[in-house]
Unconditional design. Structure first.
Length: 202
């Protein structure tokens, strides 16, 4: 294996990141490349992204990555995300951080280790979509009315709350009637979360 990257997280950071992104992953088996959470690099930081084509959640942690170029490291299957969440929750009271290793090459794996326990996830072999193209830029222009699925709206707010806490303010950016809605929240301890919800005609 080549291009291995290693990170350490407190359990709370990994729980928040995976719990916020996983609900946006697809459950449609014909879109298997979206049935997981992508570990990504943006601006030299490790992040996690999931989308089902109607909504997208991106969490950027404070974990530094070099080189800093934007790229997808691996797509972690949803079943393994659930196992990683369970392991992270079991480790919450520990002072020892969780260790995550992402191995590139032809045999992409994501390994999570803590106190002798290990989960090895074989990454989904596919191309994750260019998600950055659907994240609208934040502008200060006047917004128009936007139609949105109320369940997706509620999940976007929940993801922001899960990652950054319920007392954190959420910025909502509205574009035109057919532009995506963008939700942003930040936590000094955890990092940033961005959720994008596609509009619907009403």
């Amino acid at each position: 294996m080549s291009d291995s990257l290693e990170f350490e997280f407190s359990p709370d950071v990994l729980i928040a990141a995976l719990a916020a992104t996983a609900p946006s992953a697809s459950t449609d088996e014909t879109r298997f490349h979206l049935m997981g959470v992508a570990a990504v690099v943006e601006d030299g930081r490790l992040g996690f992204v999931a989308t089902d084509g109607h909504r997208l959640t991106r969490v950027m942690t404070h974990a530094a990555v070099s080189p800093t170029d934007t790229r997808v490291l691996a797509i972690i299957p949803l079943a393994d995300i659930k196992s990683m969440l369970a392991m992270s929750k079991d480790c919450r009271k520990s002072v020892t951080p969780l260790a995550m290793a992402i191995a590139g090459g032809s045999d992409q794996t994501v390994t999570l280790t803590h106190a002798g326990r290990t989960i090895v996830s074989k990454a989904i072999k596919s191309t994750f979509p260019a998600y950055g193209a659907v994240v609208p830029a934040v502008t200060r222009t006047a917004a128009s009315c936007v139609g949105v699925n109320p369940a997706y709206f509620a999940e976007a707010m929940k993801a922001c709350g899960l990652y950054c806490g319920k007392s954190t303010g959420v910025k909502v950016a509205l574009g035109g009637a057919l532009d995506p809605m963008r939700f942003d929240a930040s936590s000094a301890h955890l990092g940033d979360v961005t959720v994008v919800v596609m509009p619907m005609r009403v």
